[in-house]
Design a protein around this ligand. Sequence first.
Ligand SMILES: [Zn+2]
Length: 395
Amino acid sequence: MFFRKKPFSAGIPAVLRACETALSVSGVLALAVFILLPGLAGLAAGTFSGISALSAGPFIPGSIPAAGDGDYIRWVDFDVPQTALERAFRWDVDTVQSEVHIDWVDLLACLGARYGGDFSRYRQAEMDELAERAKNGETIESIAADLKYYPYYREAYGAVLDGLLGQYETEIAAQDAPDFALPTDENGSPVRDGEKVWVTKYGLKAFSPIASGFPYSEYDDFGAARSYGYKRQHLGHDMMGQVGTPIIAVESGRVEALGWNQYGGWRIGIRSFDGKRYYYYAHLRKNYPYQSILKEGSVVSAGDVIGYMGRTGYSTAENTNNIDEPHLHFGIQLIFDESQKDGNGEIWINCYELVKFLSLHRSEVHKVEGTKEWERTYAIRDPAVENYLHPDPPQ
Ligand SMILES: [Zn+2]
């Protein structure tokens, strides 16, 4: 899988890079490139099997780790800074249509193995040098030959990052759409008078946990001491803002927990479809914590509004505001084996740098008049959701 070759080959028109990508030249990070592809219906029918292999790879429902296999990762320190995430992401997106497609996680895992996981040693020139070697045709066997722990870092970082980037369809404002995405008039000229159009993109599918337009503050508070209940460490990331701020699903997945928890108050837990990431959103709003359609088992798409910021928690009594400062407690738990879901084997990563990276992509929302709810403005179709709801029959 390393530095996958030509994932978008065979009869697919060249990637069309619209105005968004041109921005990367001037240093602004473009989050995705437009690609000219049929919709998900085409993918489901297997028309472009090369592509569906790319996007479906990590999301096969049957791949959820089983309990008790014995040989699995027990601990992960996720120490990759925002700058390295952005640079690796840029290499991945910029090479998606190239002879050699550089996978951002492969790149980060090489550096992780080189640094022993300590990214305080990170230098962009080292990442660029690895990427250039791959671009020039060097294989992983050669690049990772002296990196004994490469397989560990590939699996560990993949567990954090593999679901965040890929191909998806999204609505965008018609005024921002490239000509090829617009309907045409009788002369074949693009018509730009609709409000939204669907486009296919390759890039960052995941979103910030806080909706666009809502201010928040944060600092790296992972591991800080907490004293409510018992002496323990803070195993997540707090984002301070106003009560009622719409909370966004970072990645698509299935709602695994929804309800009251003594520590988290009103909270939602969402598991990624590959089973490896459990996203924990806590201290949601008193009286109206969640989007009303959600219940345990619901499927959400990245960017959906799932709930509202509040200050519930630190009480055995339900619906109690016992947190002084309104904030979202956001946590990411990694699960390599079901025995790690609850108990002493839990792995919670420091997601501060990752959240800073995700802040580049915030879901636009609008108020649903006559309700207390907000909803996303631009829908997406994530192949991960399609594959979960309609898995290919076993061969
Ligand atoms: Zn917290």
